[in-house]
Write a protein that binds this ligand. Structure first.
Ligand code: ZN
Length: 197
């Protein structure tokens, strides 16, 4: 606590002096302080981010379960998705397949529309995963039956894709299921979409 207080005093004081010395300048930059019209930001970490705008390779709708995040990111790179717009919500494609409410579904659709409008997105990747808490996990939701779980998610992904293409025509939609062994193509084009399953 003592060190933190000392740090704050050191950083804020120079910015206040800047404001006093140069009241006409709207923006003042210092190494660790950014000040604008009475607000002060304190830099706590340095990183370099690209300034160039980008075209999104794919909007990726997935669950936020972190266990599958590194593997799925590697897979995306393997298929050439290097500039994704991630949309992460609990259950992922569930928001489009069997949404808890119209508000949930519209929220996700709106995020995809914004990706299209802002970053020129033409492709959407839907992801579902094994042992998902939003589906009661593998044991609770499927009695430990991994095949039943995979089949269920395949139908969910197909239903989500149908909802998506109906709401936003013209998108290319791909769907994948990831488990503890790897990533599986859900092959939704070969699956008839049935409601209520
Ligand atoms: Zn999940």
């Amino acid at each position: 606590m003592k060190a933190e207080k000392k740090c704050t005093t050191y950083l804020i004081a120079p910015a206040q002096r800047i404001a006093t010395r140069s009241p006409l300048s709207p923006v003042k930059w210092k190494r660790n302080i950014r000040q604008y019209k009475g607000t002060i930001l304190k830099k706590v970490f340095h990183c370099d981010s690209p300034r160039d705008w980008y075209v999104c390779d794919a909007a990726v709708l997935s669950c936020f379960d972190h266990r599958f995040d590194p593997g799925f990111r590697m897979f995306l790179q393997r298929i050439g998705v290097v500039n994704p717009d991630y949309i992460k919500v609990a259950g992922g494609a569930n928001y489009l397949a069997a949404p808890g409410s119209d508000v949930d579904r519209e929220f996700v659709l709106d995020q995809i529309r914004k990706s299209v409008r802002l970053h020129g997105t033409r492709r959407v990747i839907l992801m579902a995963h094994s042992d998902c808490g939003a589906y009661g996990r593998l044991e609770g939701g499927f009695h430990g039956d991994a095949q039943a779980e995979a089949a269920h998610h395949q139908r969910e992904l197909a239903r989500a894709a149908a909802t998506l293409t109906e709401a936003i025509p013209g998108l290319e939609v791909q769907a994948y299921f990831i488990d503890f062994d790897g990533v599986w193509d859900a092959e939704i084009d070969r699956l008839p979409v049935a409601s209520g399953q």
